[in-house]
Design a protein around this ligand. Sequence first.
Ligand SMILES: [Zn+2]
Length: 317
Amino acid sequence: MQPLETTTIGSFPLEPSPENIRICARIQAEAGIDYPAVPQLEDFCMLFLKRMRGLRIEGDRVILEDLIEPGEISEIMDQVSETISELERHDVKGVKAQITGPVTLGSIVEAGEAPLIQYPDLYETLVETLCEIARRICDFTPIKVVFIDEPAIPGALWAGVQEDLIISSVNRVVEAIRGRGKVAGMHVCGRIVEYDYIFLKTGVTILHHEYKGTPDNIQAYSRRVIEETGKMVGIGCVKSKPEDTVVRVEDVSEVLETIVTAAGKYGAKNIILAPDCGFAPLKHVLPRDEAIDVVRRKLEKMVEAAGKARKMLIEGD
Ligand SMILES: [Zn+2]
């Protein structure tokens, strides 16, 4: 991705169906997003886990029964091809996909007394399955960027999972993506200041975090370390979660302010733009049509602010 280009994190506040995947793809394209994401309309963990062989799902619990294998992942590929066929009618630079990372999924799956990630040999079968999913997604030519969603990395460190295991398993998926010639990114939301050193050790090109909802994240990384490691920072510049039951659409000047602050810290040429996280939480506080309207307006404001930022910070140089 080029500096100040836009993408989204992936989830949207609609029920899963092929038609709704097309609607969410279209909303992104019509708002002017450079790299629309494959819409995630299911829970971002279950989306993958429920299609893998070797796991038993009981309500919210996922229990290891056997070595993990890809299983029904063609259903995930159907969602990718549905998105691509919608976006072919629009002018976009490429399509982004997302894969929930091994640390996050390995922390959820129960393997006897402990989470799967605590058993390296069994965990390996999950990592390899995710690599296979990554390769299959990357085989679609329009897919240019794949983000690995890893919100559970801070929790895994806290639970005593070795840093080396976290980095090496994420990097296996990164290599699967890069091996297909695609750009790898990572999304971790929430406060990440204490964990930036670990994200820097992964092989991803783009590190995306929430900067609008958690302005403190600006303390993470330095321009020098971003440039030395050849990475870019993905700036979450509009909120994606409701605050209690109130949902406010930021105005352009407010979005621009977040971008300018981030550009001042990291350098305009080292950042790309996206919302803080996925938009799925809006479905809990707004009726469907209002939720979708909020998404549309937030994306339009972000795209407009990105255009202004490009003029101010790059073309003006
Ligand atoms: Zn997130």
